[in-house]
Design a protein around this ligand. Structure first.
Ligand code: ZN
Length: 212
């Protein structure tokens, strides 16, 4: 008679800590789980002996986004004020660049930009102010793609995706995404150092959401 002993290794995920944190996508006060993944020696598929730690991350309970553990040290009161403000200004300019990509200032796109910006920044912005800013960028010929390239170093993949998703929403606000807008999206993705495949994925997801 031959007796088989089945052994192996597998990663087991534990929740180390629960609480609330500042989620870059959902904002302050979002629930989180601090998770660690540990390698285990298994016997007959039962994890028996804990081995090395494989990694750890923080998962948001609202959006299921995952972040580096450092996010827990992030004090939105102290640090975010500045970083966030800078990010929002750059983000707004990138969205204006998108809006201008097809050569005309569509009312529907302006309203959509106002809406997205208020959703993200949680501050009121009047249509008047927005139109002035659009006119400014247009007359000064500010290159919003260069701005995006500078922004890319400050952003993780989640942040970059948020920028692209917002730009895509602006592009589609007038009912369709035309060739010049598509071009801008591709240039934006390049400026943010996102691969064409990554951009495709973000757009597919956005289309799925808008159809849902
Ligand atoms: Zn979240």
């Amino acid at each position: 008679m031959i007796l088989f002993i089945i052994f192996g290794w597998r990663g087991v995920t534990f929740t180390k800590e629960n609480g609330t944190f500042f989620c870059p996508q959902c904002g302050d006060g979002s629930p989180f789980k601090h998770k660690t993944v540990r390698n285990f020696f298994t016997l007959y598929f039962i994890p028996l002996i804990p081995l090395n730690k494989l990694g750890e991350y923080v998962e948001c309970g609202n959006c299921q986004g995952t972040f580096n553990v450092e996010i827990l040290d992030y004090d939105p009161e102290a640090q975010a004020g500045q970083v966030q403000a800078l990010f929002m200004v750059a983000m707004k300019q990138v969205m204006i660049g998108m809006l201008l990509a097809d050569g005309n200032i569509d009312d529907q796109e302006v309203i959509e930009l106002q809406q997205i910006f208020q959703d993200l920044a949680k501050v009121e912005v009047t249509e008047q102010d927005l139109r002035e800013e659009i006119a400014n960028i247009q007359s000064q010929g500010i290159n919003t793609l260069e701005l995006a390239a500078e922004l890319s170093g400050e952003l993780n993949d989640n942040g970059k995706e948020m920028v692209v998703r917002s730009a895509y929403r602006i592009a589609g606000a007038d009912g369709y995404v035309d060739e010049s807008e598509m071009n801008f999206l591709h240039q934006l993705a390049t400026a943010l150092q996102l691969s064409p495949a990554h951009l495709k994925g973000i757009m597919a997801e956005a289309i799925e959401h808008s159809n849902a």
